[in-house]
Design a protein around this ligand. Sequence first.
Ligand SMILES: *Cc1c(COP(=O)(O)O)cnc(C)c1O
Length: 412
Amino acid sequence: MSTNPDPDTASAIADQAIGGLANGLETVAIPGPSIVPERIRAAMNRPMPDIYAGDLVDASDTVFAGLPGLVRSPEAQPFVVIGNGHAAWQMAICNTLSRGDTVLACESGRFAVAWGEQAAVSGVKSETLPGRDDGPVDPAALQARLADDRDHEIKAVLVVQTDTATSVRNDIPAIRAAIDAAGHPALLMVDCIASLGCEPYEMTGWGVDVTVAASQKGIMVPPGVAFVWAGPKALEAYHRADLRVGYLDWGPRIDPEVHYYLYAGTPPVPHLYGLREALAMIAEEGLEARWHRHTRLAGAVWAAVGAWSTDGGIRLNIAEPAHRSTAVTTVLTGDIDSEELRRRCQTGAGVTLGSAIGGLGNHFRIGHMGHLNPPMLLGTLGTIEAALVSMGAPLGGSGVGAAAAHLGADFA
Ligand SMILES: *Cc1c(COP(=O)(O)O)cnc(C)c1O
């Protein structure tokens, strides 16, 4: 460490020590990992048990019994992978595809394209269906591309429900309809990593073949486990797939004699207890009530951003309300320095906002997924407003007032 501290740094530290307001609960408002409720942290914090019998096996059974309901698919086979969302992507690809197959990644931001890039490293060809960074995948463009693929070289269509970079929500039933209208047999694989537990989702009802998700966003559990649900067509494709990887192989994980093999080895003990608690919390609230809560809270964010908006200043990246995610919002800040805004929220109030991703210019992201209620969200929005005011940013009006009015409509 330097013995001659930079005078700016020294004075910033002194300011914080004397006048800082950030003591108190820290607020992480990034789009995952999201806030982990105390109930889940407490459930995870326990001594290591017997992993072959007793309560841990009960917890594992409860988790597996609860997973199909999360995606509304009694028939889907759930898999738990110890890893993050990228591990679930890999599991989906390597159990259903073969070397030389083509996947079509539908662009609507960053994440489906990244899934396709990861698949390409494993030996499939990845093609991107070009899309926008301010709107959803165009079902007509997908239908046209699939209709052109007369030899059915495309074996899987990869799409995200919510893209966490752009905060767009894709219309999964419309994508299914486009595949059907083209008469194409490709598997439909949907990344719900950001949206599961937040956005309405019907794996069976919407004809999805593979769903992937992870623990650390709408499911409220720390990062470290991810999920894949395989529908009947995907399980059939498994028998032809030659990309299979020992650790991720579905075969030994389906109906194993010893529950140890559900995880291809030692289970993720704290996560299983955390997931059991999370599933209990989700059941107590009700999945549909949860979807409704996310819609209402997201509406408050949109109301706030709408009130702040000015020409050349702040606005929502996704203009059309029907295309907006209810789990994350990408806010464009025009000429306002979004990194400085994030810094002020962090040092001034202990609020961490999601950083900019990719080529959208000045922007930040607000995660509003999982364990969240009006005081938590209003605190974040109020902090953003305070930081904007402190920067002399042009504002159309009070976002906090607009958000409060929106939420107040639900108070009886
Ligand atoms: C977070 C996220 C990912 C990546 O998940 P990791 O756990 O970081 O691997 C992929 N897709 C979407 C839509 C996400 O939000």
